[in-house]
Design a protein around this ligand. Structure first.
Ligand code: ADE
Length: 238
């Protein structure tokens, strides 16, 4: 998978290819990151990428033309994938969409807005999908693009050896159960006995119970959804 990112702050998305699982996946050749600065596609002395909004109001708006020329250059460079932009007004990213994108293994182009937003005419003509990563406002699309890349790349086949419980958690409809490692006793607190000496089945039951408890406490909405999808057994309901 090839991902091209359009940003005025190229240092930010670059980190994704330099750290952790996503860096390892890049070294394995599972994906490739290319970063483009729309400022390089301006032709005035000041390299202008933004201007005041028509109709008034606070802040500045990113101009359509530098972004359009950047996308044209990315297309000419060979990326034929879908174009994504990021805004709180977009559709909220979820595990299902992440998996779809990872499994499709299609190239992507990620456009990161700054300031108040991007000229709507660019969004209407160049962008396939607008993604939000949650109900809060970031200073720009970079962190949202990084979230999308991290979430998708780690689900590319071969990126991680086995799915962790937290990856599974969304497919089971529940949140993750707690984790423990050595030492067995830390500052007077012991690891739950079942994890130290329990049989596989007991550990499984305990993990399920804890996942249910965590979900009921932190995300009661997810318990309702899991129930409606028949993901909860009679035992779970106790
Ligand atoms: N840009 C600013 N806020 C955002 C958010 N919550 N999600 C995606 N992109 C954004």
């Amino acid at each position: 998978m090839r991902i091209d990112v359009v940003t005025l702050f190229p240092q930010m998305p670059a980190l994704i290819a330099e750290c952790g699982i996503t860096s390892r996946a890049a070294k394995l050749g599972l994906w490739q990151l290319k970063i483009w600065n729309p400022r390089k596609f301006t032709h005035d002395a000041h390299r202008t990428v933004d201007d005041r909004p028509f109709g008034g109001g606070p802040g500045m708006v990113m101009m359509a033309e530098p972004l359009a020329q950047t996308i044209d250059a990315i297309r000419a460079d060979g990326n034929r994938g879908r174009v994504f932009a990021f805004a709180p007004s977009g559709r909220t990213l979820c595990d299902e969409r992440v998996l779809e994108l990872a499994e499709s293994d299609e190239d992507m182009i990620l456009v990161c807005g700054r300031y108040e937003g991007i000229d709507q005419r660019f969004l209407d003509t160049y962008v396939d999908e607008i993604i939000s990563i949650g109900d809060y406002v970031l200073s720009g699309g970079e962190l949202a693009a990084m979230v999308l890349m991290d979430a998708v790349v780690r689900r590319l086949p071969g990126a991680i050896k086995e799915l962790s419980a937290s990856d599974e958690s969304f497919s089971t409809g529940l949140l993750d159960a707690p984790h423990y490692t050595r030492p067995e006793e830390w500052r007077g607190m012991k690891v739950p006995e079942v994890l130290v000496n329990g049989h596989h089945k007991h550990i499984q039951d305990w993990t399920r119970k804890m996942a249910l408890q965590t979900t009921a406490t932190n995300r009661p909405d997810l318990v309702k959804i899991a129930r409606s999808k028949n993901l909860l057994s009679e035992e779970d309901e106790k």
